[in-house]
Ligand binder design. Structure first.
Ligand code: ATP
Length: 457
C-alpha cells in the first residue's frame, strides 16, 4: 500500500473534515494557534485517555494531579526559567529571519549532535567551524547568540506593574514538583512513586510551525517519578521502554520510531533520551525521558524554604529523591498518529480512497449509522440512540452511500452500520469494516458487544 503524505495534504484533510482549524480563522488566523474541531477533539481526548489509562489507571504507584496554570512566579525562579533558561537565538543579518542555534546544529548534523548542554560559545564555534548557513537565504551572516525567554507573561492586577508579572507555565512538570509533599502525605505514598498530569503549556517559540508539531500553546502528558538514586537508572530505562511501547500500542510502527540518546546534557541531568518519529518533515522528537537527578526538589526546597526530603519509614534514611521525567506532547502525538494512519489507497475500480487507519480505541467516532434511504431514518435514529449511549457515533443520511462511506474513511470511523429495508423485517444491519471494506450482517442487539471488543485498549 502506497503512502504519499505531505504536511499540506494533512492540513487540508484536517481542515475539511473537522479535525483542526486555523486559530481565529475568520480574523485571518493567529500564527501557530490551532482549534480542534468536532472530529479532532475526539481524537485528542481519546489519546489523552489512553495515556492516562496506561500510566495512571493501570499503575498503582502513579497519582494524577491537575495543577494551576498560573503559579507563584518564584516557581520559575527556582526552575531557572526566569534567569537563564531562554532559548539560544540568532538572527540572520542578511534575510532578517530568527533561528534557534541548537536547532540549526541539530538539523545540520541530521540529529547526530544534540546541542542541549552546549554553551553559547560552543554553539557559535560549531556553527562557524562547520560553516552552517541560514536555512532561509543560504548566507552565513549570524548575529551572536542571545537568550530569549520563551515564557508568555500576563499580570495579576489591572495596572500591570512589573512586580505583578505572572507567567503562563511553559511546562506542566512544576505542578508535580510543588505538590510532591502534598501527594506523598495525602496518598500515604512511599518513594518510589510518580505524579502525572495532562495540561496546557505555553511557549513563545522562536521557530514555531509545521502544523501541530511546534505551536505556542500545546498540551503535555507527563509524569515525574520520584525515586532513590540507587533505583534511578532502572526507572530511567524502564520509562524509555514504556514510552516506546505506549506509542507503538497506539499504532505507530517500529520503523518510524527510534531512540535518540543525548550525549550532551543539561548541567543537572544524568541521562536524557528522546523518542523520535519519522514525520513528513523528517525525524523529530516525539517525547523525552530525562533523568533530572535531585535538581528539581532541591531547588524548590531552597526557594520555598520547605524541606522537600523524604524520610524512608523502613530504613530511616532521609534523602532528596531523584526525578525521572517522561513527557510527551498530546498535539505532537496526535500529529504523528495522523501521519501514520493516513493512506491513499488505490481501489480495484481505479478510484482512490483516503483512509485514516486509526486504532479503533482512539478513532474519533467508533461507528457511523447510515440509513440507506432517508425514509429509513426513523429506524436508523433508533439504532443511533441505542449505540450512542455507549460509543461516540456519527449519523449521516445525506448523499450516496458510497460518498458517505468515503467520508467515514477519511475521519477513520472503524465501522459503518447501514440500515436497509431488510432491517425493518429482521432487525439486522450491514456492518462495514473501514480497513478491509468487507461487510457482514449482524443483529442490532449484537452490535454493542461486537464494537466493544474491537475498541478495547
Ligand atoms: P523541542 O526540542 O522539540 O523543543 P523540548 O525538548 O523543548 O522539545 P520538552 O520540554 O521535553 O520538549 O517537552 C516535552 C514534549 O512536549 C516534547 O517531546 C513534545 O512532544 C512536546 N512539546 C514541546 N514543545 C512543544 C511545542 N512548542 N509544540 C508542541 N509540542 C511541544
Amino acid at each position: 500500500m502506497e503512502k504519499k503524505l505531505t504536511m499540506d495534504k494533512l492540513v487540508n484533510l484536517c481542515k475539511n473534515r473537522g479535525f483542526v482549524f486555523q486559530g481565529s480563522e475568520i480574523y485571518g488566523g493567529f500564527a501557530n494557534t490551532w482549534d480542534f474541531g468536532p472530529v479532532g477533539v475526539e481524537l485528542k481526548n481519546n489519546i489523552k485517555r489512553a495515556w492516562w489509562k496506561k500510566f495512571v489507571q493501570e499503575d498503582p504507584s502513579t497519582y494524577g494531579v491537575d495543577a494551576a496554570i498560573l503559579m507563584n512566579p518564584k516557581v520559575w525562579e527556582a526552575s531557572g526559567h526566569v534567569q537563564s533558561f531562554g532559548d539560544p537565538k540568532m538572527d540572520c543579518k542578511n534575510c532578517k529571519t530568527r533561528h534557534r542555534a541548537d536547532t540549526i546544529i541539530e538539523n545540520f548534523s541530521k540529529g547526530a549532535i544534540s546541542a542541549e548542554g552546549m554553551s553559547d560559545e560552543e554553539m557559535e564555534k560549531y556553527i562557524e567551524e562547520h560553516d552552517i548557513k541560514c536555512p532561509n537565504c543560504g548566507k552565513r551572516d549570524w548575529t551572536p547568540i542571545r537568550k530569549f525567554n520563551p515564557m508568555f507573561t500576563t499580570s495579576r492586577n489591572m495596572v500591570g506593574d512589573e512586580k505583578d508579572v505572572v507567567y503562563l507555565r511553559p511546562e506542566t512538570c512544576q505542578g508535580e514538583y510543588v505538590n510532591f509533599l502534598n501527594v506523598q502525605r495525602t496518598m500515604r505514598a512511599k518513594v518510589p512513586f510518580a505524579i502525572a498530569q495532562i495540561g496546557k503549556s505555553f511557549r513563545n517559540e522562536i521557530t514555531p510551525g509545521n502544523f501541530l508539531f511546534r505551536t505556542v500553546e500545546f498540551e503535555q502528558m507527563e509524569l515525574q517519578m520520584f525515586c532513590h538514586e540507587k533505583d534511578s537508572m532502572n526507572f530511567y530505562n524502564s520509562y524509555k521502554e514504556r514510552a516506546l511501547k505506549f506509542v507503538e500500542s497506539l499504532g505507530l510502527s517500529e520503523e518510524n520510531l527510534r531512540f535518540h540518546d543525548h550525549d550532551k546534557l543539561a548541567h543537572y541531568a544524568k541521562a536524557a533520551c528522546d523518542i523520535q518519529y519519522n514525520f513528513p518533515i523528517g525525524w523529530q522528537e516525539l517525547n523525552g525521558v530525562h533523568h533530572r537527578g535531585t535538581w528539581d526538589l532541591s531547588r524548590h526546597g531552597e526557594y520555598s524554604g520547605k524541606n522537600m526530603d523524604y524520610l524512608d519509614p523502613f530504613t530511616n534514611e532521609r534523602y532528596t529523591p531523584n526525578v525521572i521525567e517522561y513527557s510527551i506532547g498530546a498535539d505532537r502525538l496526535m500529529l504523528a498518529i495522523m501521519c501514520e494512519a493516513y493512506e491513499e489507497e488505490e481501489l480495484e475500480n481505479g478510484e482512490t480512497r483516503i483512509v485514516m487507519h486509526f486504532l479503533p480505541a482512539i478513532a474519533p467516532y467508533k461507528v457511523a449509522v447510515l440509513p440507506l434511504q432517508k425514509n429509513l431514518g426513523e429506524k436508523a435514529r433508533e439504532v443511533y440512540g441505542a449505540l450512542s449511549k455507549e460509543f461516540m457515533c456519527d449519523y449521516d443520511e445525506a448523499g450516496s452511500i458510497g460518498k458517505r462511506y468515503r467520508r467515514q474513511d477519511e475521519i477513520g470511523t472503524p465501522f459503518c452500520v447501514t440500515i436497509d429495508f431488510d432491517t425493518l423485517e429482521d432487525n439486522s444491519v450491514t456492518v462495514r469494516d473501514r480497513d478491509t471494506m468487507k461487510q457482514i450482517r449482524l443483529k442490532i442487539e449484537e452490535l454493542p458487544a461486537y464494537i466493544q471488543k474491537a475498541i478495547k485498549f
